[in-house]
Design a protein around this ligand. Structure first.
Ligand code: HEC
Length: 98
């Protein structure tokens, strides 16, 4: 199952993330760039929406605690994802193109 992820073997303490990109590539991208989760960029979400979903989860979307993703990195990622304009999203699959 997806829970046996590469990150499971890493140190699980807050502050383990080098930056938001690192976090996205190691965690979010596993699902959101592979078609497991929906496209999450270019959808006009507010940064707060990302934080909310990541902290609380939503159905198949797992919740992440502060010991897994520290606040600073999560905030930075949320801001970064919120700023991606439509159609330059990483996979462009469901970006609304005809
Ligand atoms: C294990 C797979 C998985 C991982 C890892 C994951 N997600 Fe998700 N995510 C999902 C799935 C599946 C959904 C759709 C949930 C639903 O609505 O059923 C989702 C939904 C979301 C949504 C809501 C999209 C909407 O339409 O409102 C956001 C925002 C989101 N994820 C952000 C993130 C971020 C940021 C990360 C990294 C910190 C992340 N996810 C990591 C699987 C994942």
């Amino acid at each position: 199952m997806l829970l046996a992820h590469p990150w499971a073997g890493q140190a699980q303490s807050a502050g383990q993330w080098q930056n938001a990109d690192h976090l996205y590539t190691k965690i979010c991208g596993n699902c959101h760039d592979s078609g497991v989760g929906p496209l999450i960029t270019g959808r006009d979400f507010k940064p707060e929406h990302y934080v909310e979903v990541v902290r609380h989860g939503n159905k198949a979307m797992p919740a992440f605690r502060i010991t897994e993703i520290d606040d600073a990195t999560l905030q930075a990622l949320a801001k970064q994802l919120a700023e991606v304009p439509p159609d330059t999203a990483s996979d462009g699959k469901s970006g609304g193109k005809p």
